[in-house]
Design a protein around this ligand. Sequence first.
Ligand code: DCS
Length: 481
Amino acid sequence: MFPKALDYESLNENVKKVQYAVRGELYLRASELQKEGKKIIFTNVGNPHALGQKPLTFPRQVVALCQAPFLLDDPNVGLLFPADAIAKAKHYLSLTSGGLGAYSDSRGLPGIRKEVAEFIERRDGYPSDPEVIFLTDGASKGVMQILNTIIRGAGDGVLVPVPQYPLYSAAISLYGGALVPYYLEETANWGLDINDLRQSVAEARFKGITVRAMVIINPGNPTGQCLSEANLRAILNYCYQENLVLLGDEVYQQNIYQDERPFISARKVLMDMGPPISKELQLVSFHTVSKGYWGECGQRGGYFEMTNIPPKTVDEIYKVASVSLSPNVPAQIFMGLMVNPPKPGDISYERFVRESKGIIESLRRRARMMTDGFNSCRNVVCNFTEGAMYSFPQIRLPPRAIEAAKRAGKVPDVFYCLKLLEATGISTVPGSGFGQKEGVFHLRTTILPAEEEMPAIMASFKTFNDEFMEQYEDHRGYSRM
Ligand code: DCS
């Protein structure tokens, strides 16, 4: 019998090759344990509302009114909704062609793309063109669309930071390209060394790979570092010399927990550099409503902005976007609201600022609590989470723990994370899911559990970890790495 096209053996091999650890073995086991009644702390996904973060009031009021426009005709609407939310809802409805139930242009509603362009201009100090901004269903869809456009086949490589967010490795596998890793240096606060980058590219070229693009994640996931302006300039220069497209994943631009390195967009640094680079280097920048103090992951809103991309290419990307008809329209409105929030003097301004500041300030405290908590544990070292939503401690596993993992048929960090999950209910992602140097082990947790629960979570982690180390350390003089 010939296998059918959807029999496992005859599937597209690229699909089978895809790995995505954020929802991998650990997550599956955690879901099982939860079904059995164990309390699980899901710190595997950067999904703030799932861990109790409250939505910002104003955007929900506006979108609620857009979803139920008949409320706008109700004489009592002013009792339930502030006047600026009502006005905003009318504004966004006027930008649609038939409300939220109608497809929009496949690049997104022109009025919202204009608001995104105005936001970028305010942020960077350089004009931005709505014609090269496409709204997407979350940043993920945008990243996938651009990678699909770049990768022509197995010989095409994309430079990706390691450790990396596995959207990149997964999408590159799916489109049949080659991931070219460049390692971030843990001892230098997850900084990037241009010489290492050169080395990675040289090795890839030696293997016959055409390196076509480079990804940066700033602030970093899972590593949490914020790139300095000097770093960004070096990266842009490198891409220019090597003729690489730069993909700037900037979804965590509002998640900054230190003052030394505020977020600077790759686009601003590029524009500051002036011609010829500012007119020639091809850059695509990504953003989302899932992160920041919004955390509206379930709404699936995002955008990408293209810089120095030829119009004929933009047309091709538009054509392919049109195959899916339209990005989510409610999510587009969230994006409009994110880039154009209440202003001083608006009725909802104070509440909006109070809510958003409350979230960011708490995240800042939680970033500190987590890092300090990890650093107080035996054989654990952790760089401070400067930005994004994660902590990525290194777990120095004793050789006997590594042997025990091998006997259990597990990758060592998976073994450790499974034991942690069983003992404490804390569901993390093993570092191997993001890539790490040979023989070095990590785990990733989000910094998102409620602030009041954080001390107990860190205490429970410490108890587990220190007992684990006690059990596996060789007391006859195991040397610390
Ligand atoms: N880029 C990075 C670096 C991310 O971390 C994520 C999500 C995305 C893009 C895509 O987000 P949206 O599609 O929702 O816009 N981060 C995942 C993570 O690591 N945990 O939760 C989700």
